[in-house]
Design a protein around this ligand. Structure first.
Ligand code: SF4
Length: 348
């Protein structure tokens, strides 16, 4: 691996990382613009080795969507429904507990619970849901809600974000999910997610949560109308907040899925782009322990190159509510991989 980087045009960046120096935004853009994936991967591999050694992690979790009704209509979203739609749904707390109980019997250690911004469920629905799930198993990780959901819940509760988070924490919330970051630059944001919270609001929710000792993940939705410079700008915000709070346990780059939405994207993300984005993130986000290869979005075939050979340190969830079509083909040394026992290993 080292050979590829040291004999490429990126050798100065390899030396920089080898010397333990932080790369700049201009450096990150060079890595994004490079077609030399071997060299980019070698630099990322060096950064990964230094951060966590030769180790990958995964988690057994279950995703539960309590509802797909949403008052917003983000242009890229194929999940949200309106009340008039025949395929809209909302689960009762009993139904959610039933799903969680089934999943616990299969050995999960985390629930990842998100939904749309429901038009009429009261705040008590969310706190009661958390309490009911907490009562099921005190060790179960309850990773729930995106930043925009927290803002919505604060509005419902007529409380500040901090007060809302404290109340959710008291009800059982362990960590926040990272969804909703999309791309922070305003112009891109309004092109793909008009009406959604601003970058500042997203970061402020996570900042508030981190300040009260909470942990969360963060994401970037890439491969639509953003430029490579927009991706670097996005990562810059995340690195800065992590310098400030150290509250992110991991970063999850999410490749844009072009099906069933309104954004005309001629060239959706390729496997090359997915691997390169994970690699650049690994190098630039030097204050993050984990970079996730999110197989649900990338596909299983990119798991091995993104983890074993190169640069991610967390391999996304093995979900219990969807069955991969094929089994793992030794993507990494299973015995060395660690099961979730706390907020360190969490899903996006
Ligand atoms: S807020 Fe979330 S669920 Fe609602 S439309 Fe936007 S992406 Fe979809």
């Amino acid at each position: 691996m080292q050979f590829f980087a040291q004999h490429s045009k990126l050798c100065d960046l390899y030396d920089k990382v080898a010397a333990g120096e932080r790369i700049s935004e201009a450096d990150a853009l060079r890595l994004f613009e490079s077609k030399d994936l071997n060299a980019v991967g070698a630099i990322a591999d060096l950064a990964r080795q230094r951060k966590v050694g030769n180790r990958g992690s995964y988690i057994l979790n279950r995703y539960i969507n309590y509802s797909n009704y949403c008052i917003l209509s983000c242009q890229f979203c194929s999940f949200a429904r309106k009340k008039r739609d025949a395929d809209g749904f909302q689960l009762t707390i009993e139904e959610i507990v039933h799903k969680a109980r089934e999943a616990l019997q299969l050995g999960i250690t985390e629930l990842h619970i998100v939904g749309g911004l429901h038009p009429s469920l009261p705040f008590s629905y969310y706190t009661e849901m958390l309490k009911a799930l907490r009562a099921l198993d005190p060790r179960l990780q309850l990773k729930c809600f995106t930043a925009i959901e927290i803002l919505h819940l604060a509005w419902l509760a007529r409380k500040s974000v901090e007060e809302t988070l404290l109340e959710l924490k008291a009800a059982g919330l362990d960590s926040l999910t990272g969804g909703g970051a999309e791309i922070f630059r305003k112009e891109v944001r309004s092109a793909i997610a008009r009406g959604k919270e601003s970058a500042e609001e997203y970061l402020q929710v996570h900042r508030a949560w981190h300040r009260m000792g909470g942990r969360s993940t963060c994401t970037m939705l890439y491969g639509h109308v953003e430029s490579l410079a927009d991706r670097v700008d996005h990562l810059r915000y995340l690195r800065n907040l992590q310098d400030e709070t150290h509250g992110f346990v991991g970063f999850v780059p999410l490749p844009y899925q072009p099906e069933n939405n309104e954004i005309p994207v001629e060239n959706p993300p390729t496997g090359f782009d997915a691997l390169r984005t994970i690699a650049v993130s690994r190098v630039y986000l030097d204050n993050f322990e984990h970079i996730t290869a999110y197989w649900v979005g990338m596909g299983l075939k990119y798991m091995e190159p993104s983890s074993k050979n190169t640069f991610s340190t967390w391999l996304g969830p093995r979900r219990r509510n969807c069955k991969p079509k094929r089994r793992w083909s030794k993507p990494f040394a299973r015995p060395a991989a660690r099961r979730c026992s706390g907020t360190r290993f969490t899903s996006p």
